[in-house]
Design a protein around this ligand. Structure first.
Ligand SMILES: *Cc1c(COP(=O)(O)O)cnc(C)c1O
Length: 458
């Protein structure tokens, strides 16, 4: 049970001293402080005002095994007492880290047999940025420095992460992107290809990558990076023919293919990896979030044999973090993956809860505010529109309906995210079909509640 916190005092201290991430600090102050989340169990979070909220976002796309797992706390405690910390700089390693590296390699069928650890998804992508450029240098092609990414991609919040990412709102903060990143169009058919067949649209988006490669000069391109399904960008599910074409283009020009599996990894799309769902074989993948179900910070980069062979000709890879290979995080991650296997969570998403979510979302298509409801595995989005035929948005541009409906959903007991004008969901992989029914019921009710205010805006 939670401690007996003084919530009003915590909110006061929050405003006075705590700067929350990815937030408008003035807005939080105006609200009198953040919502204080005190405890959680299973698929529910609880706030300081006594609200029990169904967590439709699995924390931040990460709490895949749900909250309140005793055995993860137990394994962390045991590991802390045995070896709470040691680094991997001094020709040293620790047991959980080595075992987790082997486990991750096995989950790629040993196609990506080498694993580098970090503490966050952003750090994983920073590692990839340096590793890839070093690889090309050692291969004798030092001009291959450019990364190709997509607009509206999310690859983290560090300098390299934001630069690789394609979030236009993030770029001005810190004067990013840094040079050497090229952004191309995203496979977001609802917004950018409504008049095309999925096949034609998928091909057009893949061809945009090839054109950019030719513009930059293939001899200057190091890699293409993409999330199998863009998460923070708004659950952008590409047409089925997109990724295989992207892979073929990378192979044609000898460019590395990187998949950012930070959200899609560990069963989210109904296979172990998003790239499996998309039918491609990347050279490097980044993973984080679901690796430990968020219980402790840890991320990893898995790399092909071919790349590591070249890296081994280059002496020290002068890169790494104090917490690379943290033993407690690794021990928790191993147990988290054991839970996923024991409970068959990937199969459950593929065969049971994923199809159920798709069916429930399809039932929203008759709602007057819903332009499209889409999902893959347990990743879903509902597009809110003013006009179902044209896809026009309330207020003439995106950004009005999404936050409004999100706030109503939270009031109604469901934590979801509003990204532009879509309501996005990514529940724990342990969610039941009944809880999915609840989630969709709350979304429908919240859409109904928002309708008068939205119609007034027009
Ligand atoms: C969350 C996320 C990241 C960044 O991870 P952090 O742990 O927040 O640094 C990178 N890539 C993707 C696809 C993500 O969803």
């Amino acid at each position: 049970m939670p401690r007996n916190y003084d919530i009003a005092e915590l909110r006061r201290l929050d405003v006075a001293h705590h700067l929350p991430a990815q937030a408008d600090w003035q807005e939080i102050e105006n609200l009198g402080g953040s919502r204080i989340i005190t405890h959680a169990d299973g698929c529910y979070i609880h706030d300081g005002d006594g609200n029990r909220i169904l967590d439709g976002m699995a924390g931040l796309w990460c709490v895949n095994v749900g909250y309140g797992r005793d055995e993860l706390a137990d394994v962390a405690r045991e590991q802390m007492l045995e070896l709470p910390y040691y680094n991997s700089f001094f020709k040293t390693a620790n047991p959980p880290t080595v075992l987790l590296a082997h486990k991750i390699a096995s989950l790629t069928q040993f196609r990506l047999p080498h694993v580098f650890f970090n503490s966050s998804g952003s750090e994983a992508n920073d590692t990839i940025f340096r590793l890839v450029r070093q690889y090309w240098k050692l291969r004798g092609e030092p001009k291959r420095k450019t990364f190709i990414s997509r607009w509206n991609a999310y690859h983290g919040s560090t300098v390299a992460g934001v630069s690789l990412g394609g979030m236009k709102a993030m770029h001005p903060i810190g004067d990013l992107p840094i040079p050497g990143v090229e952004h191309v169009r995203q496979p977001y058919q609802f917004n950018e290809g409504r008049d095309m067949t999925p096949e034609a649209f998928g091909t057009a988006c893949a061809e945009a990558i090839e054109s950019r490669i030719l513009e930059v000069g293939p001899e200057n391109v190091a890699a293409f990076i993409g999330e199998p399904v863009q998460g923070a960008g708004g659950v952008i599910i590409p047409p089925a023919n997109y990724w295989p074409q992207v892979e073929a283009i990378c192979r044609k020009y000898g460019i590395l293919l990187i998949c950012d599996e930070v959200i899609c990894g560990f069963g989210r799309t109904g296979s172990m990896w998003g790239h499996e769902t998309m039918g491609v074989k990347p050279d490097i993948i980044a993973m984080a979030k679901g690796l430990s179900s968020g219980y402790l910070p840890i991320s990893a980069v898995a790399v092909s044999e071919e790349i590591v062979k070249v890296m081994k000709t280059g002496g020290d890879f002068v890169h790494g973090y104090t917490y690379s290979g943290h033993p407690v995080s690794a021990a928790v991650a191993i147990r988290n993956l054991e839970i996923m296997e024991r409970e068959g969570l990937v199969d459950k998403v593929r065969n049971e809860t994923g199809p159920h979510l798709a069916k429930c979302l399809a039932s929203l298509n008759d709602h007057p505010l819903v332009g499209e409801a889409r999902s893959i595995g347990l990743l879903g989005a509902v597009e809110i529109v003013a006009d179902k035929t044209s896809g026009a948005r309330f207020g003439g541009k995106e950004g009005t309906a999404g936050p409004m409906v999100r706030d109503i959903c939270i009031r109604n007991g469901l934590m979801v995210r509003g990204i532009r004008d879509s309501i996005v969901m990514c529940p724990p992989l342990v969610i039941s079909c009944e809880q999915i029914d609840d989630m969709i019921g709350i979304i429908r009710r919240s859409l109904d509640e928002a309708m008068p205010a939205l119609k007034a805006i027009g």
